[in-house]
Structure formats: structure tokens, C-alpha cells
Design a protein around this ligand. Structure first.
Ligand SMILES: [Fe+2]
Length: 425
């Protein structure tokens, strides 16, 4: 029987199908463009290869084509009866994921990984910032993410993919030197891995290495396909650094090149969250933001996230609605009942409403309790600087400069010397 790159047995007799399948898996693990095409070739070589169908379904999910993903996974389910128990469990995980049963899928991945730790495509579902641990809404999820990748390390060893997601987990708990060392090893093994370059950028951001980070990503993205998963998000990181260095021309150029709605191929959650965060952080830095940008983003949020439920997306949609003056849409999120951290979404939405009205005292009072554990809302530390910088900006608006300085020194010391905030002296 043939095996994949990590030694998992595959129910196919076709070497061509196996090779194309491995190629597709590696595209997903590296967040590079070409997964759907590779899985399609695997299916052409062996139409009865269940895992190739499941892989194609996963690739279609990453392209935002959920309808085709469901149809393709249904085909995998029909075929998997003749496959191994590992393959049947693998297909079942993606079934749960496509049904939106995040908690059940998370439990299924944990059980699957306990038995088949080197099934990377299944294990991957619980890694990354937008993975099932990252979006669990549970207290301590950053530590849980690190525990998960640490456990897998003993099964993978010197593997470029696992090293990259382990380094992400290290970065997010603040173990920056280890994160950078692990990431450099991952990049040495596979320089094309966007999950590695992405979190090398995060590690540089957390270390305050603005100029080095900006130069690194500007070079790295030149070899990265515009259609790939992280193209727009990497431009967001570059735009943040341009903002920090006061380069408005580059910041807006990057915004229009893959961040803003309709400008690239990012998933809707990246379009919404990256756009809202950049526009708001530009406002906080004292830059002029055309109100029409907020209006078009609010419309985009209504189209792709009409109902609350994805808490990390919800706080960004609420910001867009608040700044666009759509009180009804904002009120729907401020009353959110659904979502993994709905209890935190509600006060954040209220705080954005107050901030849009420039009622800074109410905004501060409403946001304050969220600051205790906003990691439950999901997203990276860099993404949740939206909240950290807003909180400090509110203090500045109220003339409480001492408290603003002390807050940054205690909560985000990397920004303490010169945060990208207007009127910080
Ligand atoms: Fe990021």
C-alpha cells in the first residue's frame, strides 16, 4: 500500500494519485496556491481515492466555495467505506467542520490525533490563528495551542510544517526567541511556507522590529501567488508597519492591493478583520480616513457576516457598522447571543458605538472589562492590538496621559516608546 509524505497509508494503487495528493496536502500546509488543482489531478488518476476527494473539499473551503466543498466531501463519504479506519476518521472530521460543528470537530481532531498524530491535514484543523483551538473562545486557549503543538513535536521531529505552527504557538505566548529559532529552522527546510513567513513577521512585530519586518515581508511576498490564502493578510502586516513609520502612501497602496473588499482573493474573515483593523488604526494614528471606506466595509460585513456568530469577525463588523453609522446593524451585534465569545462581543460593540459618537468615557468604561481576557475573542496578539490601542487612545482622548503610558508599559511594552497613536507624548 502507498503512503503519504508522513507515512500514513493511503487507499489508492495509483502512484500518480498518491504523488498529486501529497502535493495538494503540502499546498494546504504551506498556504500556497495550487491545492485544488493538485487534488483534482489525484482524483483524475484515481476517481475512487476518498482522501483526495476530502483534500479537494478542504482546498475548496480555503477558496471560500462551501457549496462545492460539501458536494466533494459527500463523494468522499461514499468512497471511504473501502478505506482504512484512519481515512474514515479523517473524512468524518471534515464532515463536522463543514456542518459548522466546531466543538464536535475539535473533539474529533483531538481524538484522531491521539491515534494518528502524523495525519497532518487533520491535525492542521486545530492549528493556526483561525483554527479550532484559536477560535474556541475558551480561557487559556493560547496555552492550549502551545500544548497541542508541543505534543505533536514529539511525533514529527524536523518537519517544516509542524515547526511553523509550533513557532506560531510559541510567539503567541511571548516566547519570542524560541519562536524565531524554530521558525528559521522551518524556513530553512521550506522557504515557500507562508505559514512560516507569516509568523516570522509576527515575531518581528512582537519584538518591535518594524524596519526589519517591513523589509523582510516586502521581499518575501514577491514570490507568493496573489491568489494564495495569506497574500492579503501579509499585505496587512506590511501596511501596519507602513502606518507605524508614517508612510501613508504605502499603507493605502497595500490596502487597495489585496486587503480591501474586492481587491484580492482573501477569505471574507480576513477581508473584514484586516480592513476594519487597518482603517481604525489609521484613525487612531490621526490619519484621514475617507468615510466611504467605512461604508463599503459595513456593506461587505452585512453581505458575508449578516448574523452574529463568528465572534472575532463580529467585533470587526461592529466597528465597521459603528463608523458607517448603521445603528441597526450595530445593535444586532451588540445583542449577539451566538458565537464562541458572544459575552465579549456585546460590550466591544457597545464600545465602538460610543467611540463613533466620541463618547470616550462610555467607550472606556464599556471596553475595560473586556481587556481582562480578550484572547477569548480569537485572533493573534497583533490583531487584538486593535483593542489594546483603542483602550489607550480612549485614555488619551480623556486627557489621562499618565494612565495611558502606564497601561502601555504594563500591557504592551513593545509600543510604550512610540505607539502609533495621535497625541501620545
Ligand atoms: Fe497575522
Amino acid at each position: 500500500m502507498l503512503e503519504d509524505r508522513l507515512g500514513n497509508r493511503l487507499t489508492t494503487a495509483s502512484q500518480a494519485a498518491r504523488d498529486a495528493y501529497v502535493e495538494g496536502v503540502d499546498h494546504i500546509l504551506a498556504a500556497t496556491w495550487g491545492a485544488a488543482d493538485a487534488f483534482g489531478r489525484a482524483i483524475s488518476a484515481d476517481p475512487d481515492f476518498a482522501l483526495a476527494q476530502a483534500g479537494l473539499a478542504r482546498a475548496l473551503m480555503y477558496e471560500g466555495d462551501m457549496g462545492s466543498a460539501r458536494a466533494t466531501l459527500a463523494r468522499a463519504r461514499e468512497l471511504v467505506g473501502g478505506a482504512t479506519p484512519r481515512e474514515a476518521s479523517h473524512v468524518a472530521i471534515f464532515g463536522l467542520l463543514l456542518q459548522g460543528l466546531a466543538g464536535e470537530a475539535r473533539a474529533a481532531v483531538r481524538a484522531h490525533v491521539a491515534e494518528y498524530p502524523r495525519d497532518a491535514l487533520a491535525a492542521q484543523v486545530c492549528t493556526n490563528i483561525f483554527g479550532l483551538i484559536g477560535m474556541s473562545g475558551e480561557p487559556g486557549r493560547e496555552a492550549a495551542q502551545l500544548a497541542y503543538t508541543t505534543h505533536l513535536m514529539s511525533h514529527y521531529g524536523d518537519d517544516w510544517w509542524l515547526l511553523s505552527v509550533h513557532a506560531q504557538a510559541l510567539c503567541e505566548v511571548g516566547r519570542l526567541d524560541e519562536a524565531m529559532a524554530v521558525m528559521e529552522r522551518s524556513l530553512a527546510l521550506n522557504p515557500a511556507n507562508a505559514n512560516a513567513s507569516h509568523f516570522k513577521a509576527h515575531t518581528l512585530y512582537e519584538a518591535g522590529e518594524t524596519a526589519a519586518g517591513r523589509a523582510y515581508l516586502a521581499t518575501w511576498v514577491q514570490g507568493y501567488d496573489r491568489r494564495a490564502l495569506l497574500h492579503g493578510h501579509l499585505n496587512w502586516h506590511r501596511a501596519l508597519w507602513a502606518l507605524e513609520q508614517g508612510d501613508e502612501a504605502e499603507m493605502w497602496g497595500l490596502f487597495e492591493d489585496g486587503i480591501a473588499p474586492g481587491s484580492g482573493a482573501s477569505l471574507p474573515i480576513n477581508v473584514l478583520t484586516d480592513s476594519a483593523a487597518l482603517l481604525w488604526r489609521a484613525e487612531l494614528a490621526g490619519m484621514e480616513v475617507d468615510p466611504s471606506r467605512w461604508t463599503s466595509l459595513s456593506h461587505y460585513a452585512l453581505q458575508f457576516f449578516p448574523d452574529p456568530g463568528q465572534s472575532f469577525a463580529d467585533i470587526h463588523a461592529a466597528l465597521a457598522h459603528a463608523m458607517a453609522g448603521d445603528g441597526a446593524a450595530l445593535a444586532r451585534i451588540a445583542g449577539a447571543e451566538r458565537g464562541f465569545a458572544a459575552d465579549l462581543v456585546r460590550p466591544v460593540a457597545d464600545a465602538w458605538g460610543a467611540a463613533a459618537r466620541q463618547d470616550w468615557q462610555l467607550a472606556l468604561d464599556t471596553l475595560a472589562p473586556v481587556m481582562a481576557d480578550h484572547a477569548r475573542l480569537g485572533g493573534s496578539r497583533a490583531q487584538r492590538d486593535l483593542l489594546e490601542l483603542s483602550y489607550v487612545a480612549m485614555l488619551l482622548k480623556l486627557g489621562r496621559g499618565d494612565e495611558a503610558h502606564r497601561t502601555l508599559r504594563t500591557r504592551r511594552p513593545v509600543f510604550a516608546a512610540s505607539p502609533p497613536l495621535a497625541d501620545y507624548a
